[in-house]
Each structure stands twice: as structure tokens, then as C-alpha cells.
Design a protein around this ligand. Structure first.
Ligand code: NDP
Length: 294
């Protein structure tokens, strides 16, 4: 029988909920995996699955050409990596910590100055979704060839989506996707509070709500994108003047039902501004153009 090709070694720094899931996926895919965590006890379950625990971050870094980092914040990442610049030189760091585009660009500049290849990543999954269908990770960095070289290894974690050579792009895509999600989270919270204000059980309302959100998403997102890219916002479906006139029905019902309306009040302000600026005949897609400061 032909020998299986050896899987390349990987080191994982940071074994919180996400780092542990990432390391477990690498082990499952057959990669020799070295793990390090500030609180050493967290290496135990991974060692039982075949990982090699390292005593220090430096030992872990020196074990592999590819070093994956997943800590709480990029401030933690800098504090951990800066003293290890010599050990990291000539290796590739994939930083999967959630952060901002400017933090990613700063880390990239620091890494480049020390001969370290830097890739930034944004994980679009919770730990339980790692290495399951539907999970993906966004990547960006100045050295696309380094991403190509490690893509097979990174595919053990989740599908890979390369978004560009500006190191800040993975964080920008990640935060943009999560912005859409948090807007929905706010709407869902207010919807459950409103229906619940008359004693309707949330589980009875949930199927209607999720079907409605999916249907609206399928309608609004592609048509909004087409309008934004073409600059053609005029609509014969649901214009801003109508939405503005109807919107007080929401905020006054929240108040009548004994609920706060502060999550939604800024949306009334945005609709007012849109109509006052002459966009009353446009569709909801126009709103994205009114969010620039100044
Ligand atoms: P956890 O709180 O479970 O783990 C945080 C990890 O960071 C721990 O390993 C912790 O070490 C380590 N850490 C924190 N500060 C330092 C430091 N100064 N030096 C060294 N190590 C440090 O968080 P998660 O694993 O859930 O999240 C990690 C990252 O992944 C975050 O940026 C998060 O936003 C992102 N993410 C998480 C998702 C999730 O659903 N969990 C989804 C997508 C992204 P110790 O054990 O010693 O405290």
C-alpha cells in the first residue's frame, strides 16, 4: 500500500473555546499539532487526542512552519508575539483572533519588519461548527502565495475564503457580516419582546419570525446590492416616504405595550433624514448611502 503523504505540522497558540476546536480539527485531519495556552491545564484534553503540549509559546512556535493564533483580542496577540519575533522569523502566522482592520494592518507591518509572514483571518462559525459543512474562515494578507501554500492545511478548520491582499480585509468582511447579524439580533429581540407583551409564547411565534426573516433577506439583500452598485434606488415596491410615515406605528406600539423603543428610534431618524434630503421615492437600499459621516 502506498504511504499516505505526511501532513504538515501546525502549532496553535491559545486554547480557549475556539482555539481548542481549531486544534482538534487539525489533529483529526492528521496534522502533527503542537499546542500552547497561557493556562497550561487547557492542553490536557488535546494531548489526549494526540497533540504535543509545549511548555512555552516559543517552544510551540519553533515546532512548526505554520503558527495559528486565537486569543481574546489583538492586544493579547501583540503582547504574546512581540517578544517571540526572532522565533517567528521565517514562519507564517495565521491570526484568527477577532479584531479591526487597522489592528490587522498594524500586525502585518510589525510582522513584515521582522521577516514574519502574516495572514489575518475572520472565523464565520462558532466552535461547534469548526470542521463541519457551512463553516468558513475569511483570509487576507500581503502574501497570497503563503495563503496558497497553507490552504490545504487551513481547509481542515473550515472552508477557506480569500478576500484580498490588504491585510485588513478579512476583518472588514468579518465585521460587515456580523453587522448584518447584530442588526437582525436587535430586530429579533424587539420582535420577541413585542409579541411576548401579550403573552404569546416565543416558541409559537418563532417559526413565523424565522421564515419572515429568511424571505426578507432573500428579497432585500440581492436587490439592495444591485441598486447600490447601479446607483438606481427608485422603487415601485416600498419607498422611504411610506416607510417613514408608517414607522411611528412601531415606536408608539412599543410604548403602548410597555416596551422600550431605544433600539428603533435611530431608524426613525434615518428615515426622516432620507426623506428630508429628497429620497422619499427611493427604496430602502438608499439608506446605506446616508451613513457616511460628514
Ligand atoms: P475564550 O475566552 O474561550 O479563550 C480566550 C483565549 O485567549 C484563552 O486561550 C486565553 O488563555 C487566551 N488569552 C487571553 N489573553 C491572553 C494573553 N494576554 N496572553 C495569552 N493568552 C491569552 O475565547 P474564544 O476561544 O471563544 O475566542 C477566541 C477568539 O476567537 C476571539 O477573538 C473571538 O472573538 C474569536 N471568535 C470566537 C467565536 C466563538 O464563537 N467562540 C466565533 C468567532 C470568532 P487562558 O486560557 O489562559 O485564559
Amino acid at each position: 500500500m502506498p504511504a499516505q503523504p505526511a501532513q504538515s505540522p501546525v502549532s496553535v497558540l491559545g486554547l480557549g473555546l475556539m482555539g481548542t476546536a481549531l486544534a482538534a480539527a487539525l489533529l483529526k485531519a492528521g496534522h502533527p499539532t503542537t499546542v500552547w495556552n497561557r493556562t497550561a491545564a487547557k492542553t490536557g484534553p488535546l494531548a489526549a487526542q494526540g497533540a504535543t503540549p509545549a511548555d512555552t509559546a516559543k517552544d510551540a512556535i519553533e515546532a512548526s512552519p505554520l503558527v495559528i493564533v486565537c486569543l481574546t483580542t489583538n492586544t493579547d496577540v501583540r503582547a504574546l508575539l512581540e517578544p517571540e519575533a526572532d522565533a517567528l522569523a521565517g514562519r507564517t502566522v495565521v491570526n484568527l483572533t477577532n479584531g479591526t482592520p487597522s489592528q490587522a494592518r498594524e500586525l502585518d507591518s510589525w510582522a513584515a519588519a521582522h521577516g514574519i509572514t502574516y495572514l489575518d483571518g475572520g472565523i464565520m462559525a462558532v466552535p461547534q461548527m469548526i470542521a463541519t459543512p457551512g463553516a468558513y474562515i475569511l483570509y487576507s494578507g500581503t502574501d497570497e502565495a503563503a495563503f496558497a501554500a497553507h490552504r490545504d492545511t487551513l481547509s481542515a478548520l473550515a472552508d477557506t475564503k480569500w478576500v484580498g491582499k490588504d491585510p485588513g480585509l478579512a476583518a472588514l468582511y468579518d465585521l460587515s457580516l456580523l453587522t448584518g447579524m447584530y442588526g437582525m439580533v436587535m430586530g429579533v429581540a424587539q420582535a420577541f419582546a413585542l409579541i411576548g407583551s401579550e403573552g404569546v409564547p416565543a416558541r409559537e411565534f418563532a417559526p413565523l419570525l424565522s421564515e419572515w426573516i429568511v424571505a426578507m433577506t432573500h428579497g432585500l439583500v440581492p436587490s439592495g446590492a444591485a441598486a447600490l452598485d447601479s446607483g438606481q434606488h427608485l422603487t415601485d415596491v416600498s419607498n422611504l416616504a411610506m416607510n417613514r410615515t408608517a414607522f411611528p406605528n412601531f415606536t408608539s406600539t412599543f410604548t403602548e405595550q410597555g416596551l422600550r423603543s431605544d433600539l428603533f428610534a435611530p431608524f426613525q431618524d434615518l428615515l426622516d433624514r432620507a426623506v428630508e434630503q429628497g429620497h422619499g421615492a427611493d427604496g430602502l437600499s438608499r439608506l446605506a448611502t446616508l451613513l457616511k459621516k460628514g
